[in-house]
Design a binder for this molecule. Structure first.
Ligand code: NA7
Length: 549
């Protein structure tokens, strides 16, 4: 289908509209172009990068298994030519990489930036999606791909008086592009997840005082960041093919051989020795090289939790502060955090910890936060309060499917989906990293590529058969929900409050919505693509369309 000129009032026509120009949307554009399809991407930001464009708070870094593997795998040349500098790349380095990808594959010409999609509706007769944007551009496409990010809708806490606070106020997930100075300022930070734990030590280096308002103490592990040597890079490049194969075969999509057996087969001394060596080494390998039952057996879990609690007691000098920092949930079952100087920051004179469980926030005033125990004067408020994760941005988009039924209506009780990519009643709509997929439990750039490859195959299948629309049945959605829940139910993850279970957002359906078991997922979706069991294909309804395709 040809693209119509984008003059005002006209509807632009494409084969595919992609929402989001982050890691997933960028690859989606590249892949769909390779398939010969016309594509338009919309993004509210002014350039590529998605999460890496928005999350530019101090200390923001890759907190997964680091570079050189936080990268796309689709282009050998790209892998060979890009020089990562550190194992845990900082935000600006990842963004630079993504900008390079955009240049190298000439992506920007098909991306419209600074443009929010404010509505998306399915037209049943035309079997097409129409999207409306806040710039007045309207587009129509056979397929709609939502690459909207699993961690992109910020969670703004609803605390009495917060809007009256007159000082500077920033959310880590939408940090200003202009430099933020903490010099001489009294800063309050709400939130001690990955973002808060990365930001707090950095802010403390500059600020006059930092007051950390902690709701849940967290397990955090040494990031072990280090410079990559020329040998590291040469080795990765030389062995890239074997590394990529390993990534494809690994449960989390990482170049890793798999974990050890049960923690319970080792003596307490042997377990401690392993934990200590992993702690000293640092990095995401802590989790990859662990026993296989840490998130399954309560006893195994407790052995690691005790080890980390002892570390916190060792690092933090003030016993009362250390006590407040001791987590009491299942370790690993909230998003594991990598830190660099977080616990040490509490040994500084200019950092105070407020435990909101014992001393809750009552309200904000224009220049302070008042907790039960008293008033804390502040000049700046940093909200490291996370995201309405996994489903939140799809719900904010709230596409309208068959019969004008909105996603919000369909997802009232749970996030109904099939394979984590499709939803009954929403033909030709695909999600990347949606609920029901491994999403945040898998190496995200690789996961985006693999899901997009599947979506591309599905679109090709539809075209080859001369069909106009594809959607899953509600029965296949139910069976998928059971499969997702059965896998999660064998672990401790659903028993732990986290953004993985929706516990951080009041009123959100509370269940563990990710597909645990990464590589099994990719085997499953590949098997299903042999005959598209669970999907219904609808013939092209419009004769003109049929002739055109
Ligand atoms: P997270 O991990 O959701 O952390 C948010 C933090 O903010 C967490 O400590 C929350 O406590 C806290 N929070 C949220 N709302 C409130 C209110 N109303 N009052 C007090 N404290 C609150 O988000 P991050 O941005 O740190 O990390 C997200 C992911 O980004 C991360 O896992 C990486 O994958 C990258 P809670 O634990 O909910 O009690």
């Amino acid at each position: 289908m040809s693209q119509q000129p984008g003059n005002s009032g006209a509807t632009e026509e494409y084969d595919v509209v992609v929402i989001g120009a982050g890691v997933s949307g960028m690859y989606a554009l590249h892949h769909l172009r390779q398939m010969g399809l016309s594509v338009r991407v919309y993004d509210g930001a002014t350039d590529v990068g998605g999460t890496w464009w928005y999350n530019r708070y101090p200390g923001a870094r890759v907190d997964g298994p680091g570079s050189p593997f936080y990268c796309y795998t689709f282009s050998d040349e790209l892998m060979q030519e890009w020089d990562w500098e550190e194992t845990q790349s900082e935000q600006s380095a990842v963004l630079e990489y993504l900008e390079h990808v955009a240049d190298r594959f000439d992506l920007r010409r098909d991306i419209q930036f600074a443009t929010w999609v404010k509505d998306a509706r399915y037209d049943e007769a035309a079997q097409r999606w129409t999207v409306e944007t806040d710039t007045g551009v309207r587009a129509s496409a056979r397929h709609l791909i939502c690459a909207v990010g699993a961690l992109s809708t910020t969670n703004m806490p609803d605390i009495p008086g917060i809007h009256d606070f007159a000082g500077e106020c920033y959310h880590t997930g939408s940090w200003p592009h202009e430099p933020v100075s903490f010099e001489g300022k009294r800063v309050a930070v709400i939130g001690t997840g990955s973002s808060g734990i990365q930001a707090i030590p950095e802010i403390a280096k500059e600020a006059a005082h930092v007051t950390v308002l902690q709701r849940t103490p967290q397990f955090a592990f040494p990031a072990g960041n280090r410079a990559l040597t020329p040998e590291d890079l040469a080795d990765a490049r030389e062995n890239w093919e074997a590394i990529r194969e390993k990534m494809y075969a690994n449960m989390g999509g990482f170049p890793h051989d798999g974990s050890k057996g049960s923690a319970l087969d080792d003596t307490p001394e042997e377990r401690r020795a392993l934990y200590e060596s992993l702690w000293q080494r640092g990095g995401f390998h802590f989790f990859l090289d662990l026993y296989s039952d840490i998130a399954i057996s309560e006893e195994a879990n407790a052995s690691l939790a005790d080890f980390v609690r002892d570390k916190i007691r060792e690092i933090v000098h003030d016993p009362e502060t250390a006590r407040k920092l001791l987590p009491d949930h299942y370790v690993i079952c909230k998003r594991p955090i990598l830190e660099d100087g977080y616990f040490e920051a509490y040994n500084r004179d200019n950092v105070t910890l407020v435990d909101l469980r014992e001393d809750p926030i009552e309200r904000f005033t224009p220049n302070s936060v008042i907790t039960q125990s008293g008033e804390h004067p502040i000049d700046m408020l940093v909200l490291a309060t996370g995201f309405d994760a996994i489903s939140g941005t799809m719900l904010r988009l709230n596409p309208k499917g068959r019969g004008g039924v909105s996603l919000g209506e369909r997802w009232q009780d749970r996030f109904h989906n099939y394979l984590g990519m499709t939803v009954a009643g929403f033909p030709n709509l695909f999600m990347i990293h949606g609920p029901g997929s491994p999403g945040v439990f898998y190496n995200m750039p690789l996961g985006a590529e693999r899901q997009m490859d599947w979506i591309g195959h599905c679109i090709q299948h539809l075209q080859d058969r001369g069909m106009g629309a594809v959607e899953p049945t509600t029965d296949s959605e139910d069976a998928w929900a059971n499969e997702v829940s059965a896998i999660a139910g064998a672990t401790l993850f659903p028993k732990t409050d986290s953004w993985w279970t929706g516990a951080n957002i009041p009123g959100k359906p509370r269940y563990f919505s990710a597909y645990l078991g990464g590589d099994i997922y990719y085997q499953r979706i590949s098997d299903i693509a042999k005959d598209y069991a669970g999907f219904v294909f609808e013939p092209v309804q419009d004769a003109d369309e049929a002739n055109a395709s």
